[in-house]
Design a protein around this ligand. Structure first.
Ligand code: GSH
Length: 203
């Protein structure tokens, strides 16, 4: 498998999942120009232009981070990164993946838009605190991970919450979220993924 990624982007989530799963994979960086580091035209690989994309061994290309993460989890069932298909717990995981993708990822992600005026950015940040962060803070009370045990949803939520630092979003009113970010960041697979993307210095 080959994961197409941009350092620190949402593609970090499937990258973490691949390392948590212990599956063999290659990484290929996508440049802003939409050329990959080996010179391929990324739009020919994923016409949507966004990362992540996962090139499979049979030549298929899977896109959409939440789906890629489920695919990876299902390739390594012994690692229990996702509950078994058909169980209520699996729907709970999908509920979280959908929430992270549509509410948290796209909520914080819009702050990367350089055309967004500063006052609108402030309004977006206030809205995130009032709704999404308040919800996450409650959901994480008394639990280490979203489903209790670590799942691919945690790699995804960590990845997008990690952007709060870049956007100078103050999380001090959300101690459960702050502790959760640190807990996920301390996982060896997460550290390895971040080092491989140049986000953390190798020891
Ligand atoms: N719906 C996609 C969105 C992925 C996405 O937003 N990717 C961003 C990085 S976090 C990206 O590649 N943006 C550049 C672009 O779309 O050209 C998914 O969930 O995987």
């Amino acid at each position: 498998m080959k994961l197409y990624y941009m350092p620190g982007a949402c593609s970090l989530a499937p990258h973490i999942a691949l390392r948590e799963a212990g599956l063999p994979f290659d990484l290929e960086k996508v440049e802003r120009s939409k050329k990959t580091e080996s010179g391929a035209d990324y739009l020919g690989i994923n016409s949507k232009g966004a990362v992540p994309a996962l090139g499979l061994d049979d030549g298929e290309v899977l896109t959409e981070g939440a789906v890629i993460q489920l695919y990876i989890a299902d390739k390594a069932p012994a690692k229990k990164l996702a509950p078994a298909a058909g169980t209520m717990e699996r729907y709970r995981l999908q509920e979280w993946l959908n929430y992270i993708a549509s509410e948290v990822h796209k909520g914080i992600g819009q702050l990367f838009n350089p055309a967004m005026p500063e006052d609108f950015k402030e309004a977006v940040k206030k809205g995130l605190a009032a709704k999404q962060f308040a919800h996450l803070e409650k959901a994480l009370a008394g639990r280490n991970y979203l489903l209790g045990e670590f799942s691919v949803a945690d790699g995804y939520l960590f990845t997008v919450l990690n952007w709060t630092g870049m956007h100078k979003i103050d999380l001090s009113a959300f101690p459960n979220i702050v502790a959760y970010i640190k807990r996920v960041a301390d996982r060896p697979a997460v550290k390895d993924a971040m080092k491989a993307e140049g986000l953390l210095k190798a020891a």
